[in-house]
Write a protein that binds this ligand. Sequence first.
Ligand code: NAD
Length: 454
Amino acid sequence: MKQIIEDQKSFFNTHTTKNIDFRIKQLDALQAVLKDNESLLNEAIYTDFKKSEFDTYVSELALLYNDIKEAKRNIKKWSRKKRVSTNLLNFPASSYIIPEPLGVCLVIGAWNYPYQLSLAPVVAALAAGNTVVLKPSELPSKTSEVMAKLINENFDPKVFKVIEGGVSETTELLKQDFDKIFFTGSTKVGKIVYKAAAENLTPVTLEMGGKSPAFVTEDCNLKMTVKRMMWAKFLNAGQTCIAPDYVMVHEKVKEKFLELVKNEIEEEHFKFENHNYVQIINDDNFDRLAAMIKPEQVYFGGNTDIKARYIQPTILQNVSFSDSVMQEEIFGPILPVIAYTNLDKAITEVRKFPKPLSCYVFTDDKKTKQKILNEVSFGGGAINDAVMHISNPNLPFGGVGQSGIGNYHGKAGFDCFTHYKSILDKPTWLELPIKYYPHTNQKLKWIKRLMSFQ
Ligand code: NAD
């Protein structure tokens, strides 16, 4: 581990990674490795938790290909020195900002979208001219194995290396002196990473989770709301950091909403055999989720099968904020529906939780939309949709408060692996004497004047 990091540091110090063509070459290589091995990648992820080729393409590979394309298209522009104006006090001079890579970066991935969450930060790091050590999640063991094999066979370890492992390997990695740590995972482990990073004052981006609410107001297009929300919720069997965690629905439309939800789930036939549903990742998560299902609250679903690690899409009603299902992020195919009559009170309840990663507002009323956007703090979200904001590279993706520190995707990804070096560049043919001793009232008058011009 130490040797790999040392080698990456030495290589970074040769300045080779600062060359734009070199960076593009790395991105091309990653694209080729993924494209050429799609069947291997599909096989591994299906073995891990029965994720279909369709879902793997839509929610993992396509996003990576787009990230690579976007980075390649903009890399020259993003890496360019940017001129800014110079204030009068510094006349004559020019001022500019030089984007420079941070150095050797550690990326720690989560299991739920194992390819996308591991490799999207890597795309950003390589585009910005860094070297990378990637530690994918150990839970989907086949995807971790296949990433390690493909990357380590096709990349120079001085540029990009995968190190597999669980808690002990990650703990060891966190003791090393990296120039940046990018972590995706739970808030609990995020705190461990943040503490470890503080030892070396390493900058971090922390992509975590939380309880993301969905508001369904009385004036929304209910049919469309249900269609879009059910797809977003049961994609990956609810094991999505930005899936709607619970629904706040207006009492007036609650019954109709529930009825439409039931119809939609029945129509979609979320099943492994239909290739639109996945397994719960492991027995621990299965047990955790199964315990949240109280039979008396089940409006729809509730069936489970431990052998198959299957939990049916489940809708809970008559849920209160003190129920166990409302105590932690669900991260599975269970959707509690809570009715409200007063939007202010509903917002107050939502705000009692730590700031979530996402929030969704289903409404056709402009004032309601503005009110919720103004009064609820969250990472990012959508109006009359859910999850899809992640697919727009122009929207920085990240949390706030307990759900995250920092953003990535598109330009925001490049920025999070870049230091912006500010330079004041002065010629030597003129130097105003006013800042030098002896200080006089006349000089102070001039300084005040000059400093008032920006
Ligand atoms: P996790 O925190 O358990 O694991 C994440 C990574 O940390 C893994 O690589 C794991 O090996 C490592 N890790 C686990 N325990 C550790 C420890 N004690 N010390 C050091 N490293 C350790 O998270 P997870 O179960 O993989 O993912 C689920 C969580 O991640 C959910 O809370 C979800 O909301 C969040 N998530 C967030 C995003 C996002 O983009 N914001 C995306 C996916 C998942």
